[in-house]
Design a protein. Sequence first.
Length: 99
Amino acid sequence: MPYEIILAPEAILDLDELKANVRTEVREGIETHLRHEPERLSRSRIKRLRKLSQPQYRLRIDDVRVFYDVREQYVEVLAIVPKSEAATWLARHGKSEGK
């Protein structure tokens, strides 16, 4: 059963700020990798973020990072950021386990 994909308001704004060709790649990547197996880890594509309760996962699409959580039958995309801003975004918005 396919997962429903929900974009958080911040993710929608992030997506709108991308160049059109990058936006298309990101949309296709989200659909391809998160619709059916969002928790399937891969060395280069999907990574489970350790010691964080939110976001739970990171999807790599070229030089863009998509941070998301998985809940029952839906995926919530929290943010879509350039690789160069990923560490800063995680430091600012990531929630440690137990907090």
